[in-house]
Each structure stands twice: as structure tokens, then as C-alpha cells.
Ligand binder design. Structure first.
Ligand SMILES: Cc1cc2nc3c(=O)[nH]c(=O)nc-3n(C[C@H](O)[C@H](O)[C@H](O)COP(=O)(O)OP(=O)(O)OC[C@H]3O[C@@H](n4cnc5c(N)ncnc54)[C@H](O)[C@@H]3O)c2cc1C
Length: 366
């Protein structure tokens, strides 16, 4: 049986950030990834926005890690030359009924330590974003966009330079808690057993199922998985906006908002609907809903200019009719197993939070 100090399971943005953190702290790290490349799931299917930390409940891990992670990320991007842009975001109330929601966002942001928001009148919104119709808004100057693949490449590069190894096509299938650590059964072309002192389960959508397959983790600590898909449509031609535009949400998600990518192209989304399993299939019947939602703040949207883009799946811990819950990061104190961390429900703002999550996980296993 092979022996290793530390196995990180899952090579998405969060797993790679953790592998980097542990390797830089002097740990011997192997990263086990089921697919034939890193970062092909949620970390490649998101909005690539560096969030400011506006929406999340005060004191939640999402709020804390987003605000701290955003600062770490901007510094890291500058140091490592990762393509990003502090482009800013305008949050808008499309009508009088949304004003209350707009002010609630601003208040929540301030409680979270986001202290640079500036209220905008209807005229100021119009000056900043001439194509946008709104009754009021606010500007979030510290919201940005990032090349998520470039970020993951930098995390992996740092981890490898510090001695970590990424092993592709190597799903962690099951395991057991033993007296001197955690034994993992790893599949793939060359199946093996790996005796690990420390295991970090950062398997994204796969994290709850993997935890259930490791004998010795109390079942009552493992949450159920739910799948909420988001579609993106792209806009043909040059982006008619200068920065990101988010309407006040009409439900528990952030509405069909505008993101501009680093190539200057504009995309709308993600929307929100439930799926029974991990299924990225694009449902083109969503198109009329997009036109209707976007025209509430961008009436100049012309017929035929939206093109199907891609989808992403939120790893949810609560199902239909229930509020989204916080990130769930379980260390020894939560499940009673030494040297094991399970990360569940790392949906948005997980990309922004990745470096802060990594620091927290290192503390849990130190
Ligand atoms: C629609 C959408 C939009 C989003 N937009 C943003 C945004 O703009 N800004 C932001 O900050 N966050 C955003 N997020 C959240 C962010 O994308 C995620 O929080 C982050 O990418 C999660 O990274 P991860 O490493 O936990 O998961 P993943 O990227 O899913 O990685 C998990 C990895 O584990 C592997 N794996 C699974 N099971 C096993 C196994 N048994 N053995 C080995 N490997 C395994 C998978 O193959 C995968 O590579 C968004 C999320 C969604 C769904």
C-alpha cells in the first residue's frame, strides 16, 4: 500500500487552492482527480466574477471568505500575472417595488465589511450605463472578473513547485478510517490503495457521495446533494455595457445578470432550475424567459441576438422551496475523525473565496 502525508480529492479551484496552501506549508500532497484534466466541472462553468461579498448573511462563511478571499485574490492575481479586471458592478432596481431590496443589499454589504458601495440615482445609473433602465442603483467598485482557468493553473503551478503531484483519471472510490489515518481506494487505469495521514474531500458535487463511501464518517454529518442548474446566453456583437449589471433578484438567486468576460463579450445568466442529477444539458426552451428578464433593465435587447452559451450546476445542500445554506466545511470537531476535512455545498462565491477557504482548511488540519 502506498503511503502519503496528505491527499486532496478534487482538482477544481477549491481543491487546487487547498493543495497549494498545504504544499506551501511544507506538507507532502497528492491531488486525486477523477477526470482527465483539472477544473472541468463547476470551476469551469461559472460567471468568473470576483464577488465583493454583498449578499451573504452576516457572519456566514460565505460572507467572511468572500470578503477576505476577494482581497487575497486581487493581490495574488497581480503577483502571478493572472488575467483579471476590477471592472465594477452596478446593482439596479428596475422599478419602485425593488427599491426595498436594493437598500437591503446595501445594508447587508456594509454589515459584511463591503464599505465602498455608492448609491446611484436613476440619472447616475444612466450616465454609467446608458443602455440600462432603472429607478436607482448602487456601484460596487471592487467587483471584478477573472480568468478562472489561469487562476487554477497558477494554484497548480505553485503547488507543484512546492512538491505536490496531480494524478488525473484517479477517482477516490471509497475508504475507511484506520488507527493510523485514512485508507483510500483509488480507481482508474492503475487502481491502488493509499494510506493517508490527512484527507481533504474537495470533490465538489461528488463530496457527499464520497464521504458516504468512507467507512467511519458518521452518516448524520453528511448532507444530501441537490442540483440546481444555471444557463448562460451570450450576446452577439460588442458588449453594450461598461461593467457588470445585476438587477435586484426576484427570487433566492441573483437574477439574470450581465457579465462581461475578459475578451469583452457579454453573457447573461445564470438562471435557476432544479435537476435530479449532475446533468449539464442546455435547455433551449429557457430562451423566452431570458428575453423577458433582461428587457426589464435592458429594453434595447434585439430579437435573435441571444445565443445559447453554457450551463453550470450549483452544488446545493437544500432542495426546492428551501433557502440556500452556507458553505459546510467539516473538520475533526464536526465529524470526530482526525485529519479529515469534508467540503460540502461550495457554490458561489466559492471561486472568489478559494484562497480564504484554503487558509481555513489548513488551520483545521494543522
Ligand atoms: C452557475 C454558477 C456560477 C458561479 N459563479 C461564480 C462566480 O462568478 N464567482 C464565484 O466566486 N463563484 C462562482 N460560482 C461558484 C464556484 O464556481 C465554485 O464554488 C467553485 O468552482 C467550486 O470549486 P470546487 O473545487 O469546490 O468544485 P469543482 O470545480 O466542481 O471541482 C471538484 C472536482 O472534484 C472532482 N471529483 C469529484 N468526485 C471525485 C472523486 N471521487 N475522486 C476524485 N475527484 C473527484 C471533479 O471531477 C472536479 O474536478 C458559481 C457556481 C455556479 C454553479
Amino acid at each position: 500500500m502506498e503511503k502519503i502525508d496528505c491527499a486532496v480529492i478534487g482538482a477544481g479551484a477549491v481543491g487546487l487552492a487547498i493543495a497549494r496552501e498545504l504544499a506551501l506549508a511544507g506538507r507532502e500532497v497528492i491531488i486525486l482527480e477523477a477526470e482527465n484534466a483539472f477544473g472541468t466541472h463547476t470551476s469551469a462553468r461559472n460567471s468568473e466574477v470576483i464577488h465583493a461579498g454583498i449578499y451573504y448573511p452576516t457572519g456566514s462563511l460565505k460572507a467572511r471568505f468572500c470578503v477576505a478571499g476577494r482581497k487575497l485574490l486581487y493581490t495574488y492575481c497581480a503577483e502571478r500575472g493572472i488575467n483579471h479586471k476590477r471592472i465594477g458592478k452596478v446593482v439596479v432596481a428596475c422599478d419602485e417595488q425593488q427599491l426595498d431590496g436594493l437598500h437591503k443589499y446595501k445594508k447587508q454589504a456594509e454589515l459584511n465589511g463591503v464599505d465602498d458601495l455608492r448609491l446611484l440615482t436613476k440619472e447616475e445609473v444612466n450616465t454609467l450605463e446608458p443602455e440600462v433602465i432603472a429607478v436607482a442603483g448602487f456601484l460596487s467598485p471592487s467587483t471584478g472578473i477573472i480568468d478562472s482557468h489561469g487562476l487554477m493553473l497558477a494554484y497548480l503551478g505553485d503547488a507543484e513547485n512546492a512538491g505536490a503531484t496531480l494524478v488525473l483519471n484517479s477517482p477516490a472510490l471509497s475508504g475507511r478510517i484506520s488507527d493510523d489515518g485514512i485508507v483510500l481506494d483509488v480507481g482508474g487505469a492503475e487502481p491502488m490503495q493509499l494510506a493517508c495521514r490527512t484527507v481533504i474531500n474537495a470533490a465538489g458535487h461528488g463530496a457527499p457521495a464520497l464521504a458516504r463511501s468512507i467507512a467511519g464518517i458518521p452518516a448524520e454529518t453528511i448532507p444530501q446533494s441537490y442540483y440546481a442548474i444555471g444557463h448562460y446566453y451570450t450576446l452577439t456583437g460588442k458588449a453594450p455595457f461598461n461593467r457588470l449589471v445585476y438587477p435586484v433578484a426576484r427570487q433566492d438567486w441573483l437574477g439574470v445578470h450581465v457579465t462581461i468576460d475578459l475578451g469583452g463579450r457579454c453573457k447573461f445568466g445564470p438562471d435557476f432550475s432544479w435537476r435530479d442529477s449532475l446533468d449539464y444539458k442546455f435547455d433551449e426552451s429557457r430562451e423566452p424567459l431570458f428575453y423577458e428578464a433582461i428587457r426589464r433593465y435592458f429594453p434595447g435587447l434585439k430579437d435573435g441576438t441571444l445565443q445559447p452559451g453554457y450551463t453550470g450546476m450549483r452544488p446545493r445542500l437544500t432542495g426546492q422551496g428551501k433557502e440556500a445554506v452556507d458553505f459546510m466545511i467539516h473538520g475533526p470537531r464536526d465529524h470526530g475523525v482526525p485529519n479529515l476535512v469534508n467540503l460540502y455545498g461550495i457554490e458561489s462565491p466559492g471561486l472568489t473565496s478559494s484562497m480564504a477557504i484554503a487558509g481555513y482548511v489548513r488551520e483545521l488540519v494543522d
